[in-house]
Ligand binder design. Structure first.
Ligand SMILES: *[C@@H]1O[C@H](CO)[C@@H](O)[C@H](O)[C@H]1NC(C)=O
Ligand SMILES: *[C@@H]1O[C@H](CO)[C@@H](O)[C@H](O)[C@H]1NC(C)=O
Ligand SMILES: *[C@@H]1O[C@H](CO)[C@@H](O)[C@H](O)[C@H]1NC(C)=O
Ligand SMILES: *[C@@H]1O[C@H](CO)[C@@H](O)[C@H](O)[C@H]1NC(C)=O
Ligand SMILES: *[C@@H]1O[C@H](CO)[C@@H](O)[C@H](O)[C@H]1NC(C)=O
Ligand SMILES: *[C@@H]1O[C@H](CO)[C@@H](O)[C@H](O)[C@H]1NC(C)=O
Ligand SMILES: *[C@@H]1O[C@H](CO)[C@@H](O)[C@H](O)[C@H]1NC(C)=O
Length: 446
């Protein structure tokens, strides 16, 4: 019996990390945005003792941390969390407020780690034990909510918890979801990840969306703002939306000043539209016109990439000979004017300075390094700086990249099966077992 497993693990790899730190994690993203494919991003999180790798779906725009339980029959994904294999998992004895006939779970707390570098032994999360095929957000493996709003929720967000425990170098995360080099940094912004000045904008609270903020507007082909009938539209960001949503007074598709020259446009009754594109299934030859759309924030233009992002190849939900454009109407049910989904997040570098005791939240925008941007675009300067910058936006720069424990990134599920201390003979796969120091455990269990 390998009784010493949890002991051998927690001391050399995950315990006693006294210095505040940061980590840079690989993110898995869809290579191309299409109408039909699954297009959300996953990041590997380690849960429990011994740590189990769970590839959670990134939710910028939500706060919940949840992992689908391995006993959940219809929960999608290949890395569920096996509750019975963690020796440190404890129930909170509270049902999840989102429980319904289509999905239900309970609150638990356990050790959670980013890459084996940033670890907290007491993180609250929901384990979903039941999900039907009708559940409305069938994300892979679970969800990593990265929005901190409000900061004083009953079960604080993992970022708040780690910041309060002194684990993080800064109360900030950095994110790029472009297929070139998708990344999530926690605790610092990595200068390798972005170019240009970070354009900080204060975010608000309240309402049904997380972290609303104001933008200048959206511009079309000729560089003019598209008149939506609202000045400085209130905007939200969500990594779980595949389109950009704008007020329904949107004249974009009607004028070539905004669209640029396009062969033909198909307007759908729901406000969506598609551009003609030359595709025949015989030739498999696709040429999609460019969609010109720029989000302007605090005086800086952020153009969104077109091919396989703002415009998608023909699909079951596009008219024959047309490619759908990822620009839709907001509806009255949406609490904001503009919602920026994946096509925006795949085109920018996003920093998030989450709210803490004395500071509100801020989004910061820059350009992803290596992306197709001109020097003029990169050199743009924000119109204004938030008033509380000197108090809230002075961040420590990382001096070196922390080494992510190989646990945090290995794709395989480990070598061999090992018994869990006190687990009644239960066996779990263990990543990198061969790298661990064997501990001789000569206590006799009664
Ligand atoms: C994905 O997008 C790239 C361009 O961004 C394109 O060259 C490639 O053919 C696309 N792949 C698929 C499978 O559609
Ligand atoms: C851009 O196009 C729109 C729509 O055609 C037009 O109203 C606007 O004046 C144009 N702006 C410029 C700078 O040409
Ligand atoms: C969506 O916006 C278009 C204008 O772009 C408008 O004509 C249409 O009525 C709107 N549709 C809905 C369902 O709001
Ligand atoms: C489609 O083909 C026509 C005829 O060859 C050409 O004029 C047009 O520019 C093409 N459209 C696109 C979007 O490439
Ligand atoms: C780079 O951007 C320009 C202008 O936006 C565009 O015409 C070109 O196709 C892009 N190149 C690549 C490789 O995406
Ligand atoms: C992260 O992804 C890159 C590119 O796919 C890969 O080369 C690298 O090994 C990954 N890093 C880790 C620590 O897994
Ligand atoms: C446990 O085993 C180690 C190594 O064999 C030995 O040095 C130590 O004295 C033992 N401790 C007890 C309490 O038996």
């Amino acid at each position: 019996m390998l009784l010493a497993l949890s002991f051998a693990f927690s001391v050399p790899l995950l315990g006693l990390c006294a210095e505040p730190g940061w980590v840079s994690l690989n993110v898995t993203v869809a290579q191309n945005m299409t109408d039909m494919d699954y297009s959300w991003s996953q990041v590997r999180v380690l849960i429990g003792t011994p740590p189990q790798p769970v590839d959670l779906t990134v939710n910028m725009g939500g706060a919940l941390l949840a992992a689908w339980s391995s006993g959940c029959l219809y929960c999608p994904g290949s890395t569920p969390f096996d509750m019975s294999s963690s020796s440190t998992l404890e129930p909170n004895n509270a049902p999840w407020s989102g429980n319904s006939d289509d999905g239900s779970g309970m609150w638990y707390h356990d050790s959670v780690s980013f890459g084996g570098v940033l670890t907290n032994s007491d993180i609250d999360f929901v384990s979903l034990q039941f999900m039907s095929t009708n559940f409305d957000s069938r994300l892979l493996n679970g969800v990593l909510g990265l929005s901190v709003d409000p900061p004083d929720a009953k079960y604080p967000n993992i970022l708040t918890k780690m910041w309060d425990a002194g684990t993080l170098m800064n109360p900030v995360i950095g994110m790029r979801l472009d297929p070139l080099k998708p990344r999530l940094t926690i605790g610092a912004l990595d200068p390798e990840d972005y170019v240009g000045e970070i354009n900080w904008v204060e975010t608000g609270t309240g309402g049904s969306v997380f972290s609303p903020f104001k933008i200048d507007g959206l511009k079309g082909y000729n560089g003019s703002f598209i008149p939506f009938g609202v000045d400085n539209p209130v905007t939200s960001i969500s990594s779980l939306l595949s389109n950009i949503y704008v007020p329904p007074s949107n004249p974009y598709a009607l004028y070539d000043g905004y669209t640029g020259p396009v062969q033909s446009i198909n307007l759908y009754p729901d406000g969506g539209f598609a551009f003609g594109c030359n595709y025949t299934s015989q030739s498999q030859d696709l040429s999609m016109p460019d969609v010109f759309l720029t989000v302007t924030i605090n005086g800086v233009d952020y153009p969104m990439d077109s091919a396989y992002n703002m415009i998608r190849p023909p699909s079951l939900v596009s008219a024959a000979g047309f490619c759908n454009v990822a620009l839709k109407n907001t509806t009255a049910a949406d609490d904001v004017d503009v919602m920026l989904g994946q096509p925006f997040l795949r085109s920018v570098y996003l920093a998030y300075r989450f709210p803490t005791d004395n500071c509100p939240g801020y989004y910061g925008f820059a350009f992803p390094s290596g992306a197709n941007r001109t020097q003029d675009q990169i050199n743009q300067k924000p119109t204004s700086t938030p008033s509380s910058s000197s108090q809230c936006l002075v961040l420590s720069q990382p001096t070196s990249t922390p080494s992510v424990s190989s646990l945090g990134n290995k794709k395989d599920k480990g070598t061999g099966a090992f018994e869990v201390y006190g687990g009644d003979g239960k066996q779990v796969p263990l990543l990198d077992a061969e790298d661990l120091k064997r501990v001789v455990w000569n206590k006799t269990l009664t």
